[in-house]
Write a protein that binds this ligand. Sequence first.
Ligand code: FES
Length: 80
Amino acid sequence: MTVEEEIEELKSDYIICQCYEVSFGDIMEAIENGCSSIDEIMHQTHAGYGCERCQSRRDDANGDRDIHLSEILKYSKSKE
Ligand code: FES
């Protein structure tokens, strides 16, 4: 399954950022409200300000998170 397919199957209450309990729905809402970069999503939702592993695969060396902010942002841009 590709990352895009995984994202399409996510429920809105799936937690993307465990440190701040930010859900997939929260991230998508931030994007729909105009956030167009990881920094803007972080600022709006507080996701990514803890361990930082949810930011991108590069920041998640141990693969602790399935889906990262960078992948959701890329996915949403591909749907525009
Ligand atoms: S899981 Fe998002 S900052 Fe730790």
